[in-house]
Design a protein around this ligand. Structure first.
Ligand code: NI
Length: 137
């Protein structure tokens, strides 16, 4: 049977600040640049969730993408959309909210929640040009 990869793309808007409290202000400013702004800043994030599996013989689907949309909404988007990622999100407590760390945290929110197929990759775009990808490795 063929393995097919299907993807749902979702959007959310959120504020964050990249700051490592174990380092001094100069280190933080030079390391994180504008993302260290003390009064926060926002991104229009795009998250792509890719599920791998064999098409079901009766539906032709790897996973119903409407179902996948609902799961991503429930497990991730409703918690982070229009939120401050440093302050507002329980499952991000204590996590420096870089795209790399966010995409791993999002993976942990979705793993084991899919009714069909298996989670293959998450891509989190912080800007059009910058994104992080995680495959659960
Ligand atoms: Ni930023």
């Amino acid at each position: 049977m063929p393995t097919v990869y299907v993807t749902r793309r979702v959007h959310f808007n959120a504020a964050h600040r990249l700051h490592n409290a174990r380092r001094d202000d100069d280190w933080n400013r030079s390391t994180f640049g504008p993302c260290n702004n003390p009064n926060w800043h926002g991104h229009n994030y795009v998250l792509e969730v890719t599920v791998a599996g064999e098409p079901d013989p009766e539906t032709g689907y790897v996973i119903d993408l409407g179902t996948l949309r609902s799961i991503v909404e429930e497990r991730i988007v409703r918690h982070v959309d229009h939120a401050n990622l440093n302050l507002d999100v329980d499952f991000l407590a204590g996590i420096l909210p870089s795209s790399e760390n966010l995409v791993v945290a999002f993976w942990n929110r979705l793993e084991g929640c899919l009714p069909a197929g298996h989670l293959h990759s998450l891509k989190l775009y912080e800007t059009e040009r910058n994104f992080a990808e995680y495959r659960g490795e």
